[in-house]
Design a protein around this ligand. Structure first.
Ligand code: FE
Ligand code: CA
Length: 525
């Protein structure tokens, strides 16, 4: 590969270094290669009042077996942010060097922009130009109504990403990714389940190392519908289990024969690949197996988003079955379900969240996380009625602390949003999760999967009768959640796609909900 002109390179070591250049900066001649390095699209994230992160990753050969995207040495990259879509009014530009340390990913933290307006951005490298992305800065004060769309659980093999296409078509201001953005497992040839796949992962074995995780993200990022969604609006991200491994908890694999050290090495690879493929700030850069993604973000005085990490710091799942740590339905007699020392979020994240609730002043307090928060009595395959140990029901003391702190703080109008369960749920969140007659303090919306199979119907037979706080459930549709957040009310739509196996699937509204300010709880519209 040709070397770039060294005079224009700002070396940043492992980091992507960048500086703003004066207007009229004469563009240096870049070496031209036949293959575009922009095969994975662009993305923006973490919108602030004065900027956002813009992202791309250079990968002329996105699935190169070594996970390096067809590159080795450093590559000079230029970026531009414009006030208009045709780039006649470029307001900032800069350049820097992408290198192999983080797989030639590019994370630029753009600052100094005007609050509450759209911008467009693009990158140039190796004589090629990237697709154009759109981002929006957060408003300084009184926000316009905000359109938010939320996604979870997209298994490449189990469906086309039509839901992402329909999310982009809504022209959102903000996209929430709630976890299971990738899946680490595949349907293997010879599997009885193989026929379920509409397309194939790049490899059949579970991914366990850096090259494996990189190429899994790269494969997903080649999807045109996912690229369109990222190009449409900035996002906030959290992860769930499948970004690493099914039902992992903190440093524990679901497989009891994988020891903590080996699992942490796998987690480090998975987290690094997550960082490399997401529009995250430098403060999220992984350090070994650790990576901070929990965060808080305000959209003027309209909405504050608290983004939680439900995986990295949690206690091990309660009452494990013999020889596995997989989540399962445990009887209510399992004493660990409600053991007080257990945590889903970890001590540091819990305190951070409770402090944030106390200072929360925005009209809507939106808590973005991976799972269903409301308690859920369900049925195991063997007919046992109980609680699923991998979800909030397995971490009841933490849930109680969270809801008590939320209620005591007076943070306005709390709304939980989550995923994971591959179906649509709207619930009244009670201040005492064990008492269905206690006060409703928050409203919860959980979205369907982008591309996953619905849960077995038997698990949720009689679910409404057993769980009176569950106000709506749809167990058969794939899709996403769309929300219009206004000053006085928040409208939520559960959006279903016609068929995840149809690349041209249409979308329709399953159900609308209205939450009025000051009146927590689900109201069907
Ligand atoms: Fe999932
Ligand atoms: Ca999950």
């Amino acid at each position: 590969m040709a070397r770039v002109d060294r005079r224009t390179v700002l070396t940043g070591g492992a980091a992507f270094a960048t500086v703003a250049l004066p207007y009229g900066y004469a563009q240096a001649r870049a070496p031209t290669t036949a293959l575009t390095p922009f095969t994975l699209g662009v993305a923006a994230g973490d919108p602030a009042q004065d900027g956002f992160v813009i992202w791309t990753r250079l990968a002329p050969v996105p699935l190169a077996p070594d996970g390096r995207g067809g590159l080795s040495g450093p590559v000079d990259v230029r970026w531009e942010v414009s006030g208009d879509e045709s780039f006649r009014r470029v307001v900032q530009r800069g350049h820097g060097e992408a290198d192999a340390r983080f797989a030639h990913s590019v994370h630029v933290e753009v600052a100094g922009l005007t609050p509450g307006r759209p911008y467009w951005y693009r990158f140039t490298a190796q004589g090629h130009q990237s697709p154009i992305g759109r981002a929006v800065t957060a408003p300084a004060r009184d926000g316009q109504p905000l359109k938010v769309v939320a996604a979870s659980c997209a298994h490449w093999e189990l469906g086309w990403f039509s839901a992402y296409r329909h999310m982009a078509a809504e022209s959102p201001d903000l996209v929430l990714f709630l976890g299971d953005y990738i899946y680490e497992y595949s349907y293997r040839s010879g599997d009885r389940q193989k026929h379920r796949a509409v397309r194939q992962h790049d490899r059949e074995a579970d991914i366990v190392d850096l090259a494996g995780y990189r190429n899994r993200y790269a494969q997903y990022k080649t999807d045109a519908d996912l690229q369109a969604l990222h190009a449409s609006a900035p996002c906030l991200m959290t992860w769930d289990d499948h970004e690493v491994q099914n039902d992992y908890a903190n440093r524990w694999s679901q497989n009891v024969d994988i020891d903590v050290r080996a699992f942490l090495a796998r987690r480090a690879a998975a987290y690094q690949a997550f960082y490399e493929h997401m529009p995250l700030r430098a403060r999220s850069r992984p350090r070994g197996p650790n990576m901070r993604i929990y965060d808080r973000l305000a959209f003027g005085d309209l909405a504050e988003f608290t983004v939680l990490d439900g995986r990295q710091y949690r206690s091990v799942q309660p009452c494990p079955l013999p020889k596995t740590r997989r989540g399962h339905v445990a009887a209510e007699t399992c004493p660990d379900l409600a053991a007080p020392q257990r945590t889903m979020l970890g001590k540091a994240q819990e305190s951070w969240m409770y402090e944030g609730f106390k200072r929360g002043r925005a009209r809507w307090t939106i808590i973005v996380q991976d799972l269903l928060v409301a308690p859920l009595l369900q049925q195991s395959p063997s007919g046992l009625i109980g609680r699923f140990t991998d979800g909030w029901d397995g971490y009841q003391a933490n849930r109680e602390r969270m809801l008590t702190a939320l209620a005591a703080s007076g943070a306005p109008n709390p709304v939980f949003i989550g995923g994971d369960i591959h179906s649509f749920w709207a619930t009244d969140v009670k201040v005492d999760a064990r008492d269905p007659n206690s006060r409703t303090i928050a409203t919860e919306f959980v979205g369907g999967a982008i591309a996953q199979e619905p849960p077995p119907a038997a698990a949720f037979k009689d679910v409404a009768a057993r769980n009176p706080h569950i106000r709506y459930v749809d167990l058969t549709s794939n899709g996403y959640v769309s929300m219009d957040i206004g000053r006085d009310h928040l409208e939520t739509r559960f959006r279903a796609i016609s068929d995840r196996r149809d690349p041209a699937a249409s979308a329709s509204t399953l159900q609308r909900f209205i939450v009025e300010g000051g009146r927590p709880g689900v109201v069907l519209a």
